[in-house]
Design a binder for this molecule. Sequence first.
Ligand code: ADP
Length: 289
Amino acid sequence: MSKRNTEDDKPIPDIVFDSNSKTTYKKGQFLGKGGFAKCYELREVTTNGIFAGKIVSKRLLTNQKEKEKMSQEIQIHKSLRHKNIVLIHSYFDDPNFVYIILELCRKRSMMELHKRRKALSEPEVRYYMKQILEGVVYLHGLQIIHRDLKLGNLFLNDDLEVKIGDFGLAAKIEYNGQRKKTLCGTPNYIAPEILTKQGHSYEVDVWSIGCIMYTLLVGKPPFETNSLRETYAKITRCEYTLPSSLNAAAAYMLNKMLQPDPSKRPTVRQLQEMEFMKTGNFIYLFLEF
Ligand code: ADP
């Protein structure tokens, strides 16, 4: 979602009440801020259950399009139940805010992990990739494209399990072979077919997973430049380099995902079967956070 000035918003109450289910939450620690949302720890007072509350001011949902996007995000997200997808516990509103009660991911996202660690070891990348692929196989099986898979949307819980979140740009494929023509927003790891407006589908998620895997292994994104315009030019030319030191099975997998022609990219199921995912050290993995 795009950046907005939220300074003149009404304050978020310290006690949040869901009048439908008669549930009371106590607001705790501030977790972070997105384009539209502010996120706080919320504790359910009767059960002591702890959640992440994504709270959006209604003053930011001024036009019909933004309201529809918000309800589309909730509609898609509430239909999902998988160990690698952030669980949506409930959602409700009051006169000032919309509240989305989510599974708490206390170890933040893979973005912070990347900033701290830069390049990860191969077994670590395999560990994270396995979970990302399982989550996306589930989504694609339900005809849902995430369309903004990026490190900042891959949340981590206390056990360092990956939870895919933020369905703000997600879309449902309505019929076999449908190509989506529009996308309201700017995905981080944007696929070339979105930039050239050729129509897009599931393959955009595979492209983004390629960018994610590259960033995790190499320590920086594949098409990084100083300006968005140059980055987009590099993406449309599919101009990236792989370090010669990279594991051959990883390089093969990256080259398959980062292809300009979406029809040549593997499906997420095919990615799960690739050599890099199947071989190498996994059991004796030491996760450095
Ligand atoms: P937006 O859709 O407005 O961009 P995000 O979904 O990115 O909002 O959420 C904003 C911030 O809140 C995130 O960057 C993260 O720090 C925090 N956050 C979001 N979801 C969770 C969660 N389930 N657990 C913990 N923190 C979260």
